[in-house]
Design a protein around this ligand. Structure first.
Ligand code: ZN
Ligand code: ZN
Length: 213
C-alpha cells in the first residue's frame, strides 16, 4: 500500500511482475518508483479522478507498463473529453470546501479498455467489477483466489466503511456498493482510508445495509 496525502495506490506482486492499482496525484511517481521491486507490467486505473491517475502517464512512459481502465473512463484519462463533475450531497459540500483543489492529471494513454467481468492477468486472475456511480467508468477489482477487493472510490474506509463521496450518480453508486458487498472478500483495499485485512465482507455488508437509495 502506498499512502499519499490524498488517496492511496497499491502494488501487487506476482514473482518479479508488478501491477500498480491507481497512481496517486501528479507528484507521486518518485514515491511509487521507490517501492518498485520488480518489473512494472501494468497500471490499472479504478477511475479517471486526478488523485488516482495523476502519475500514471509518467510511470507508463518510463516503464512501458500497460495502462488499463474502463471503457467509459478511458477517454477522460486520455484527455479527449472532460469528466462529469460530482453532484454533491448536502453533507459533502463542507467536506469538499475543506479540500484544496488537486492539480489536473496529465493525459495518459490507455492501452486496454475493460468492462464488467473481464479478467486481468495478475493475482491469479483479477475480475473487473463495474462499479458505476462515483464516475461512469469506475471499477473495482476482485481477486477470488486470495479474496481481495480493490474498491477504488466506490467504497471508502475513513473512520468507518462507507460509500465513497463526490459521486456523479448517487443512485448508481448505492447499487454498486450493494453489489460489491455480495462478493466473497476477506481483504478490502480502498481508494481512501485504512485497509481491512481480515473479515472485510462483514464491513462491506454493514455499509451497504446502512446505505439505501
Ligand atoms: Zn474518485
Ligand atoms: Zn479518490
Amino acid at each position: 500500500m502506498l499512502r499519499f496525502l490524498v488517496g492511496s495506490a497499491y502494488l501487487w506482486r506476482d514473482g518479479r511482475e508488478l501491477t500498480l492499482i491507481d497512481a496517486g496525484t501528479v507528484d507521486c511517481a518518485a514515491e511509487i518508483e521507490e517501492a518498485l521491486d520488480g518489473e512494472l507490467r501494468r497500471i490499472v486505473l479504478t477511475h479517471w479522478h486526478e488523485d488516482h491517475t495523476g502519475s500514471a502517464a509518467e510511470l507508463a512512459a518510463r516503464h512501458g507498463a500497460e495502462v488499463v481502465a474502463h471503457v467509459l473512463d478511458a477517454p477522460v484519462i486520455r484527455g479527449e473529453v472532460a469528466g462529469a463533475p460530482p453532484v454533491l450531497e448536502e453533507f459533502e459540500v463542507a467536506i469538499r470546501a475543506g479540500i484544496p483543489p488537486l492539480p489536473a492529471a496529465p493525459p495518459c494513454r490507455v492501452d486496454r479498455e475493460v468492462g464488467d467481468g473481464d479478467v486481468l492477468e495478475f493475482g491469479g486472475g483479477a475480475v473487473v467489477v463495474a462499479a458505476p456511480g462515483h464516475t461512469d467508468g469506475s471499477i473495482a477489482l476482485h481477486l477470488p483466489g486470495p479474496k481481495v477487493l480493490f474498491t477504488g472510490d466506490a467504497v471508502a474506509n475513513v473512520g468507518r466503511t462507507m460509500m465513497g463521496v463526490f459521486n456523479t450518480d448517487r443512485g448508481r453508486a448505492v447499487k454498486s456498493l450493494h453489489r460489491l458487498a455480495e462478493l466473497e472478500v476477506e481483504t478490502a483495499l480502498f481508494g481512501h482510508g485504512d485497509p481491512i485485512i481480515h473479515g472485510a465482507a462483514a464491513a462491506l455488508r454493514q455499509a451497504a445495509a446502512s446505505t439505501m437509495l
